[in-house]
Design a binder for this molecule. Structure first.
Ligand code: GLY
Length: 376
């Protein structure tokens, strides 16, 4: 039996960020993950996109996402200074391009809604679109520019954050954890290698697996589910100046350029349980739509096909804060925004652990909000 101030279940984008920020505050931290080299971050494209991920009725999430984006430059500087790793943070802006008139109406309506909320979403004609991004297909009817939606390389970000956490003193254990409950409160974790780690606070950051952790009864289990996404990683891609999001006959696709002629095309959104197999139709449709909007992708080379499981939640927003059982904090359910929200989640959880108070901007995301009685 060993003890730690904070046990973090899950070494993904969220868990490593939580561990880093807690360790920086002088807390002893143990991260536990059966496969720390795998996670949704591997398949993620890394769009930092509060604006082009805007959905009607998700305005509280928008505020959290904008705050998360504002913190990114400082976090990136800090990570780079500590680890020397270039996390691929690029501020080139995002273009949303429509394929036909109906797609354009949908984009323009959402942009008008966003502008009503004070966001910069600049409508573009087809000619303006093409001038900004010559690689786009000729003849597109128009689109929208979101200059403040940026990108990062999630694999590099994860590598840097894990290294920063360990540099700050956190320990990584490769094992499967179950939550240990004594006298009605969580007091640490039991590992499948026979060890027990007692902890002042246990933080559940297990992404799509958060609802499957053993040791919790149903009333304390976070309400997450896996939502599968395919991404296709390309090499030998010609010049792309922006992240490009296409709306093609009602389907959505994005192309995220990376340094060195690489790009990531994504992503499907599939309710397929814990299946992570590669589905041919999904890859076909992604590449078809991507090439429709950016024809030069037909000349690119196939690097890799990835699948990942986003942690979905009932309202598509994260679950952040004290669980409905003492001793446990939940930081999961980040769905399509895990990379964007990882740094701010680390700050929120470290504040909560250190002060006992959940920062105000996380208040709408308390894990108990879906239950009929107010527990969270
Ligand atoms: N962040 C975009 C996606 O989840 O596909």
């Amino acid at each position: 039996m060993t003890s730690t101030d904070v046990a973090v279940i899950g070494a993904g984008a969220i868990g490593t960020s939580v561990a880093w920020r807690c360790a920086q505050r002088g807390l002893s931290v143990t991260i536990i993950d059966p496969a720390p080299e795998r996670g949704a971050w591997q398949a993620a494209a890394g769009m930092l996109a509060p604006i082009t991920e805007l959905h009607y009725a998700e305005t509280e999430l928008l505020q959290l996402s904008l705050a998360a984006l504002a913190r990114y430059p400082a976090v990136v500087d800090e990570l780079t200074a500590v680890t020397g790793i270039d996390v691929g943070y690029r501020q080139h802006g995002t273009l949303a391009a429509a394929w036909d008139a109906a797609d354009l109406v949908t984009l323009r309506e959402l942009a008008a809604f966003g502008r009503g909320l004070g966001l910069t979403m600049q409508p573009l004609t087809g000619a303006e679109l093409h001038e900004l991004e010559p690689a786009l297909a000729p003849g597109l009817p128009g689109g929208v520019l979101a200059p403040s939606d940026h990108q990062v390389d999630p694999r590099q970000l994860h590598r840097a954050t894990l290294r920063a956490a360990i540099t700050a003193g956190a320990t990584l254990r490769t094992a499967t954890a179950s939550v240990r409950v004594e006298r009605g409160a969580v007091c640490g974790v039991d590992l499948d290698d026979g060890a027990t780690i007692t902890a002042g606070r246990t933080v559940l950051t297990a992404g799509a697996w958060s609802a499957s952790i053993s040791g919790l009864d149903d009333s304390a289990r976070p309400q997450t589910r896996p939502v599968k996404g395919h991404t296709v990683h390309l090499t030998d891609v010609g010049e792309l100046r922006h992240v490009v999001r296409g709306r093609v006959g009602g389907n959505t696709v994005y192309v995220v350029p990376r340094d060195g002629g690489r790009a990531v095309v994504g992503a499907t959104t599939e309710e397929a349980g814990f299946d992570t197999s590669t589905r041919l139709g999904a890859v076909y449709e992604l590449l078809r739509d991507a090439q429709t909007v950016v024809p030069m992708l037909g000349e690119a080379r196939l690097g890799e096909i990835s699948t990942g499981l986003r942690p979905g939640s009932p309202d598509n927003a994260p679950l952040l804060g004290p669980a409905t059982i003492d001793g446990l904090i939940v930081a999961t359910g980040h769905y399509r925004n895990g990379i964007l929200l990882a740094p701010i989640t680390g700050d929120i959880v470290a504040d909560l652990v250190s002060t006992g108070t959940l920062p105000e901007l996380a208040d709408p995301f308390r894990p108990g909000r879906f239950r009929s009685e107010v527990l969270g």
